[in-house]
Every structure is written in C-alpha cells, then in structure tokens.
Design a binder for this molecule. Structure first.
Ligand code: NAD
Length: 358
C-alpha cells in the first residue's frame, strides 16, 4: 500500500541534523565545534560511565567532564543537581550519550539552561528526535513539549547500539515501533509521518531478527538504528494516544521497565483501536504481512521472543483496576472511545499474554 501526497498536508519536518555511520562517534567533537561550543559535558547513566568517559577522552579538550547520574523517567532532583554541576564546570554544550534516560537528562538540563544538546543514542527509544520531555517528581510523571529540549545534532553510531543486550534490543525496538504504530491514526496524522512510520517499522521487522541471530552484525544494527530515527521523527511530529498513555501509567505509577511495557501492551492497544479505524491501520497490517495490525504486532513480538505477558514484568491481575482508573483520569484524544470495561479487557489480555482476538 502506498501513501499519497497529492491531497496536500501540513507537517513539522524533523529538525535535528544527523551524522550516521559505523565509528561516527569519533566526530562528536567536530559537532561540538560546529555548534560554536568548546566546553562540553558528557551525560550518561551510572551503567554507561565507562563508555561516556571513553567518548569524553576522544573529544580531547572539548570535553570538560562526565556526569553519569541519569535515571529512568528523568527525576527532577537528579536534573537540578546536574544543572549545578554544569554551572560549576562552565559547560557550554551537552553531549547526552545513551538511551532515553541519558537523553532525558540532557533535555532536562537544556530546559533549565538553554544549552544545546548533541544526542549520541545507544538504544532504539528515539527520544533524540523529539522535542518532548517526561520528568518525574514525587511519584508523578509529567510530559511537556518544548523546542529548547530538542537535540540540535544526533550522532548515530551502530557500534554503540551493538552492545545493547539482545533482550533489551528487542523490547527497545518494539518501543520504537510503538511510536510509529500510533502515527497511523493520530489526530494530526499526515502522509509524511505515515511514510516515515512505514519505513521505520519495515526496518525493524526485517532488522531485529538479524540482530537476534547476530547481535554484533553492524549492518543489521545500522538498519535498526536508521529505523530508530524514522520512528523517533514520527513521535516528534504527531500526537500519540491510548498506547502511550497506558504505558505512561504502567511505567510511571507501577515502576515497570519502559521498553518491556511498550513491547507487551502495543498489540493490545492497537487491536483496541483497530475496531474503530481498521482502514487507517491497514498499511500497518500490510507492512507486517498480517490481516490485522494488532495480531500482526503480537505475532512479530512472539517471533522475536519478546515478553508477552505483563505478569512477566511484575504486574498482576489485581492491579488492573487501579491502572484503568488512572488511565481514564485525564481525558485525552483517542480514535476509539475509552471505557473502563474496554480497558479492563485490554489489560486482562496483556496480563495473560493472550493474542488479541480482533
Ligand atoms: P534507558 O536509557 O533507561 O536504558 C536502559 C538501560 O540500558 C540503562 O541501564 C542503560 O545504561 C543501558 N544501556 C543503554 N544503552 C546500552 C548499550 N548500548 N549497551 C549496554 N547497555 C545499555 O532506556 P530507554 O528505553 O532507552 O529509555 C527509557 C526512558 O526514555 C524512559 O524514561 C522514557 O520515558 C524515555 N523516553 C523518552 C522519549 C521522548 O521523546 N521524550 C522517547 C522514548 C523514551
């Protein structure tokens, strides 16, 4: 199925410049200078400190330090402490190396200081391609869109993502696919986002099985990393709906791991909406080689060996009611009406890991 453009549309084009290729991280210093900067700090999670130190070393005098305190859901206290450290170091540029957590820290500092961000992604989450930031404080997660947090440059190096363990590669890849999947029915959908979504999903559907067979295959890592940019660009362009909202509740309130939650919930959220907008989801079904998009996503995740039941990551049947109440608390747009009984049935399937019926 092809996408047609002749009817005309309005879209926000992706804004960050990208540098892509095996070994591209060696050019990070060049990107710092290109932004007119000379005192960069490299941001990472504690787990990725060694990788961040290596990158800082390769940047010579252009790197003045490493802050390896990034954490899932961008806790405000960590961001505020990092802002202070950046002031002490006299930083003029942020190099955020890692997954959504490290890039989230870069965005949080940028929001408070106006410093430019260069993102060096090492997962498939796609935060680098969006002006969106989620922050957590006192158990609550809030999300905002602000161009100050949009990274100005992205350095994609397939060698960096090649160290991502296979299990996390699969769930992180399905997290990227989720951004693209919700674009087909987004209220502000447009043909540019739809064609990026189709290309991104295809890159993952073809590339992830190769990554599983051979995690160090740089060609497959490069293809899936390109899929990351496509899917992230889609997330930066159009609004998300039920799937992202549910994952936000399950991740934020129940503390479930971000990428795995996305991987498990996606087929069920898409199947729920497919009842209302089957035509809009037909291109997604087609790219998956399936009759139905939700079932096609479920079968893809089974083939990839992804977790399929929420019980596998510590969420049980007895927590469904609280999750449904929270998901319905603030109204948000979705192509199908959201009801307590509908969401309960959806989560029951996701808890049990049952293939969507429709
Ligand atoms: P993450 O950044 O938390 O990384 C998960 C773990 O994997 C960490 O311990 C990290 O150190 C490790 N890791 C990362 N890359 C690695 C590599 N190549 N090799 C070995 N270990 C590696 O996980 P994530 O799924 O990338 O990001 C999740 C966070 O990003 C969430 O807070 C989510 O809300 C946010 N996010 C935001 C956006 C946005 O647009 N704002 C988009 C997607 C995700």
């Amino acid at each position: 199925m092809s996408v047609h453009f002749s009817a005309g549309f309005r879209a926000d084009a992706p804004v960050a410049g990208i540098r892509f290729g095996v070994g591209a991280r060696a050019e990070t210093g060049f990107e710092v200078e290109n932004l007119g900067c000379a005192r960069a700090v490299v941001l990472a999670t504690p787990d990725q400190r060694a990788q961040a130190e290596e990158l800082a070393e390769s940047m010579g005098n252009l790197a003045v330090g490493v802050i390896a305190t990034a954490a899932m859901h961008t806790p405000v206290d960590i961001s505020e402490a990092a802002v202070e450290e950046c002031r002490t170091l006299g930083v003029d540029c942020l190099v955020a190396m890692g997954g959504g957590s490290s890039i989230g820290l870069g965005k949080a500092i940028a929001l408070r200081t106006d410093l430019p961000v260069i993102a060096v992604p090492t997962t498939y989450a796609g935060s680098e391609a969006t002006p969106v930031i989620g922050q957590s404080e006192g158990g609550q997660k809030t999300t905002l869109t602000d161009m100050r947090v949009q990274p100005q440059r992205i350095v994609y190096d397939p060698e960096l993502v090649a160290t991502l363990p296979v299990g996390l590669s699969v769930t992180s890849g399905l997290n990227a696919v989720a951004h693209a999947a919700e674009a087909f029915y987004a209220r502000d959908r447009n043909p540019l986002a739809t064609s990026l979504a189709i290309a991104g999903i295809r890159l993952f559907a073809v590339g992830l099985p190769k990554v599983i067979d051979s995690p160090a295959d740089l060609e497959a890592r490069g293809d899936t990393l390109m899929g990351t940019w496509h899917c992230g660009a889609v997330l930066g362009q159009v609004g998300m709906a039920l799937h992202h909202k549910l994952c936000h509740v399950l991740g934020g309130t129940f503390g479930l791991p971000h990428a795995a939650v996305h991987a498990i919930v996606l087929p069920h959220a898409i199947a729920y909406n497919e009842v209302a907008v089957p035509n809009l989801l037909a291109p997604l079904a087609e790219v998956l080689g399936a009759e139905k998009a939700g079932q096609g996503l479920f079968d893809l995740s089974a083939r990839l060996g992804a977790p399929q039941a929420l019980t596998e990551i510590g969420f049980g049947e007895d927590e469904i009611e609280q999750a449904v109440t929270q998901a319905l608390q603030n109204s948000y747009w979705n192509p199908r009406e959201l009801t307590a009984s509908g969401l309960t049935a959806l989560l029951r399937d996701a808890v049990a890991g049952r293939r969507p019926q429709s």
